[in-house]
Structure formats: C-alpha cells, structure tokens
Design a protein around this ligand. Structure first.
Ligand code: TXA
Ligand code: MG
Length: 365
C-alpha cells in the first residue's frame, strides 16, 4: 500500500500530522521524516519487529547497523549504557542537536537488530524541527537509516523518498528539502583518539575545536574500505547513482580533452561554476555551484545525481573532486563512493575512461 504522505511546515510542523506519524511509529510502523541532513526511514528502536522491517524496506544487509535518534532533552541512558566518556560528553554538549553521530555501548532497551546484536550503537540528536517534534511525540528512540534503497543516493526531499520507498513505508512526513543535504558525521572514541568513521555535515575542524585538547582526531575515512568492515557505510560503492560514474581530480579535468570521446555529448561533467574546464564546449557541463559555497554544493549534490539518473540523457558522469577542506572532505568522500572508488587522477586516466565509455556506449555498467 502506498505511504500516507503528509505535508508539514518544516519550521512549525502541525501537531495533528506529527501525531499521525508518532502513532504509526508506536504501533510498529515505518515513518520517513526530514532531518537537517537527509530524510530518515524511522522505526521504534525498542521494537525488534519494526526494526527488522527497516532492513527489509531498504534491502539493507542486517549487519549494517542503524543510527538511533534521540531528543536532545532525553537522558542518554535511554539508549547507551554507562557514563559517557568526557570527549563524547563534550561533543554532545557543543555539537548537539546537530549532524553528528557518536557510538557507545548499546542499552538493553534497544532492539538487538539495530546493531545486528553488536554491543555498540550509533546515536544522534537531530536538529530539524520536524524530527524533534516527532521524537517528542513518539517518546521512543527512533532507529533511522537514510530513507533510500540500499547503496543508492540518500534522499534530500520527500519525492526522493517516495521514489525509493513509497510502497514500503507507512507515513512520509514531507517537510521540503533538508537543510544540509549530506549525512551526519560518524565518530567513535578508540582509546585516546576520536576516529572519524564517516565524514559528514560536521567538519573535522569542528571536532578538533570541540575536543582537540582532550583527544587526537583521526581521519582514516579517506581510505575507502573495500569490504566496508569497519563501518559498513564506508563500503566502496555507496551513495551511488545508476549512471556509469568516475571521480576525477581538478588536475585531471583541467588537462584532459573531454571533447575527445566520440560521444562527448553523452558525457556529463559535474563540476563547479568557478572551475570551468577548457573543453566544456564539447562535454556537457553541470555545475554544483561555487566552491566558495560548500554548503550549497552539498545541498545540490544528491538531488543533482538523482536528476541525472532520471533524465537518462547521459551515459557517463565525470564528477570533479572539490579538493577542499572542511565540508569539502565529506563532499569528496561521497563523490568517490558515488564513483564506486573509480578515480582518475591524471588526464590520461580520464581520457582512457572516456574512450572505454564510448566503446561500451549504451551497455550501462
Ligand atoms: O545524517 C544521517 O546520519 C542520516 C539521518 C537520517 O540521521 N542517517 C544515516 O543513516 O545516514 P545510515 O544508516 O544511512 O548511515 C549510518 C552510518 C553507516 O555508515 C553505518 O555503517 C554507520 O553509520 N554506523 C551505524 N552504526 C554503527 C556502529 N555501531 N558502528 C560503526 N558504524 C556504525
Ligand atoms: Mg545511508
């Protein structure tokens, strides 16, 4: 049955719509809702059956754990066991509510399926008024992965959710486009270091400013995990469009002759307004915005990837890395994963990909 879609004001969601969604959650249903990062597909995190439905709806393997969402006013003992170590306590104090996910010992009240039985659970307090109202009305921790089909691009609008999961969730709260358009940053405290498991809307620089005097902030996440073993979201193909996609460094783009591929018109170069390449006349150029506005680029990214997929007018997508610090790290991480780890760092590599693309034109990937 198609989901019930309720349009809500993103700043002041009306109580009646929130109550419909909260009631669905409390009775084991699935509710898609906007957070400040991307839309989540929520289930009562204390309800084992409801949590299993989330994995089924997404086609997500059971060993890829979910993030539990809490209201910032709640005691964390509702979801985590034991006292929070000082660095994590400080992070929650300075960066919550917001796009930061911490990992700690799972409380017995959380359904084991959330973590595939594992002892550690990911938790975040979102900042979006709709998410806050929903958590408050439900009064249960809500397990919610991004509301997309597994390994596809995350949803930043209710239309994206309806496209992917319209038949498999009960309620979609439509609060318009999300604020950041890119997922939360995931961190774990490992002894004396804070490890970034996934770059996201909270920057490494913000983490250092918050806890740099207590712990080292480590960033192994730039190395793409072949097997996704450490944190499954790090799997090499993730957040990926259907289109054949290759990531390229700014240097490779600048030096390559993008027009050289026989079917250059079917090649889209996804880049930046302030870094146009000489050969744009031949290759179709789509701008994600200006590098001076990284939040704007993050906001456009997933919507643009979905639009290019839906349009079906391109065979091959070249996505240019920003090579910027701060939010640029999260954007580049997603671009590399969208390209399933295929990265051209020289003009020759990029031209080889294009030549290959024109040979296998139309066969998809
Ligand atoms: O912004 C976000 O985080 C969004 C919104 C809805 O809150 N949620 C989201 O969830 O992106 P999901 O399930 O698509 O991504 C969760 C990430 C994955 O990379 C997962 O592997 C990692 O968090 N993760 C979850 N629990 C973990 C755990 N116990 N240990 C290590 N990594 C974990
Ligand atoms: Mg996801």
């Amino acid at each position: 049955m198609p989901a019930t879609r309720l349009t809500v004001d993103p700043s002041h969601p009306d109580a009646a719509s929130i109550e419909v969604a909260a009631t669905a959650l409390r009775s084991g249903g699935l509710v898609a809702f906007p957070t400040e990062t991307v839309y989540g597909l929520g289930a009562d995190a204390t309800d084992e059956r409801a949590v299993r439905r989330v994995f089924e709806a997404k086609g997500r393997p059971a060993n890829d754990p979910l993030i539990v969402h809490v209201h910032p006013s709640w005691a964390l003992s509702r979801v985590l066991d034991g006292p929070l170590p000082e660095p994590l306590r400080r992070l929650t104090e300075s960066l919550w509510p917001g796009p930061l996910t911490i990992i700690g010992p799972r409380s017995a009240s959380i359904a084991p399926s959330v973590t595939d039985g594992g002892p550690l659970v990911a938790v975040r307090a979102p900042a979006h008024p709709v998410a806050l109202a929903l958590l408050d009305a439900t009064d249960r921790p809500v397990a919610a992965p991004s509301a997309n089909r597994f390994s596809y691009v995350s949803p930043t609008s209710a239309d994206h959710v309806a496209h992917d999961l319209g038949e498999s969730c009960d309620v979609i709260l439509d609060g318009g486009r999300t604020t950041w358009g890119i997922e939360s940053t995931v961190v774990r405290l490992d002894g004396g270091a804070l490890t970034i498991l996934r770059h996201g809307a909270t920057t490494a620089e913000q983490l250092v400013a918050a806890v740099g005097d207590l712990v080292a902030v480590e960033d192994p996440a730039t190395d793409v995990d072949e097997d996704g073993g450490v944190s499954p979201g790090r799997a090499v193909r993730h957040y990926a469009p259907e289109l054949r996609t290759v990531a390229a460094t700014p240097a490779a783009i600048a030096a390559a002759d993008l027009g050289a591929a026989a079917d250059a018109a079917r090649v889209v170069h996804l880049g930046y307004a302030d870094r146009p390449a000489a050969s744009h006349a031949a290759a179709h150029f789509v701008s994600l915005g200006s590098l001076a506005d990284l939040p704007g680029i993050a906001w456009e990214l997933y919507d643009t990837l979905r639009r290019l997929d839906a349009a079906g007018t391109a065979d091959t997508l070249i996505i240019e890395l920003t090579d910027e610090p701060g939010l640029g790290r999260a954007i580049d991480d997603r671009l590399r994963r969208a390209a399933s780890g295929q990265l051209a760092s020289t003009a020759a590599q990029l031209e080889a990909v294009l030549a290959d693309a024109s040979r296998s034109k139309g066969s998809g990937r």
